[in-house]
Design a protein around this ligand. Structure first.
Ligand SMILES: NC(=O)c1ccc[n+]([C@@H]2O[C@H](COP(=O)([O-])OP(=O)(O)OC[C@H]3O[C@@H](n4cnc5c(N)ncnc54)[C@H](OP(=O)(O)O)[C@@H]3O)[C@@H](O)[C@H]2O)c1
Length: 255
């Protein structure tokens, strides 16, 4: 692989790596040569993926982390560093959604989405950056936002608000932390097919949604890899405060 995209000196920590996109990102970054720490609450799922990565000669370990809890994040970073040294890449991917119309959505749903997607991204970014400054390594933080942080859809208000917050957080942290050689960017996926949403996208409502995407299809997890690699590696060394949408043109769909 071109030296610009080389991750062999990187230690990447991926939150929400027990399923879906986070699990995919962990496998991809390990395949690109990084030492990878997989973090989430479900330990058994993390362990399985770590074993799969090691079976393919990748370097991986797992830590239990609840991103809504600063103490849990701190302990997880400490354990990650004991295994693989300072974390130089953070993929802030853990996220949840709550479906429901705004007139009826309950307070607990709002709290869960905001605590995970917004406060969790903040706490993990802060923990990573404090360590990058302390170790003098600098690094790259990639926040997984969503096109719903840039435009809106009905029935997902807290999610859209949280992702819009992630977009603005990305820019403010990029501004504050550039002096420490820490880059902060966001990757905003469009609709990506995962095990969790495949039933919905097979339904009539899901198919109707797909028709509004200019490319007329869902994305595949692997189609996010190029943008992630750019942001994580030294190929993106002058890229900070950016939001890269990977969405089949969904954001530019006709009004
Ligand atoms: N799939 C898409 O089309 C799409 C599009 C745009 C953006 N995204 C974003 O991409 C990210 C991943 O989504 P996905 O589709 O892969 O969803 P997913 O399969 O449901 O994965 C979500 C991950 O987040 C973790 N998580 C949830 N709450 C957590 C907490 N409190 N602490 C630590 N980890 C937590 C889960 O692990 P545990 O339950 O084990 O903790 C799980 O690994 C999310 O931020 C999502 O908003 C997805």
């Amino acid at each position: 692989m071109n030296e610009l995209f080389n991750l062999r000196v990187s230690h990447a920590l991926v939150t929400g790596a027990s399923s879906g996109l986070g699990q995919h990102f962990a496998r991809f970054l390990a395949g690109a040569g990084a030492k990878v720490t997989l973090a989430a609450r479900r330990e058994a799922a993390l362990t399985r993926t770590v074993e799969e990565i090691r079976a393919e000669a990748g370097q991986a370990q797992s830590v239990v982390m609840d991103v809504t809890d600063a103490g849990s994040i701190g302990r997880a970073f400490d354990r990650a560093e004991e295994g693989f040294g300072p974390v130089t890449v953070l993929v802030n991917n853990a996220g949840v959604t709550a479906a429901g119309v705004a007139l009826q959505l309950d307070e607990a749903s709002w709290d869960q989405v905001i605590d995970t997607n917004l406060k969790g991204v903040w706490l993990a970014a802060q923990a990573a950056a404090q360590r990058m400054v302390r170790h003098g390594t600098g690094g790259s933080i990639v926040n997984i936002a969503s096109i719903l942080g840039l435009r809106v859809a009905g029935g997902v208000a807290p999610y859209a608000v949280s992702k819009a917050g992630v977009v603005q957080m990305t820019k403010t942290l990029a501004l504050e932390w550039a002096r420490h050689n820490i880059r902060v960017n966001a990757l905003a996926p469009g609709y990506i097919e995962t095990e969790l949403n495949s039933d919905f996208f097979a339904s009539d409502a899901g198919q109707a949604l797909v028709k509004r995407i200019p490319q007329r299809r869902l994305g595949k997890a692997g189609e996010l890899d190029g943008a992630l690699l750019l942001l994580a590696s030294s190929a993106g060394s002058y890229t900070t405060g950016c939001v890269i949408a990977v969405d089949g043109g969904h954001l530019v769909s006709s009004l």
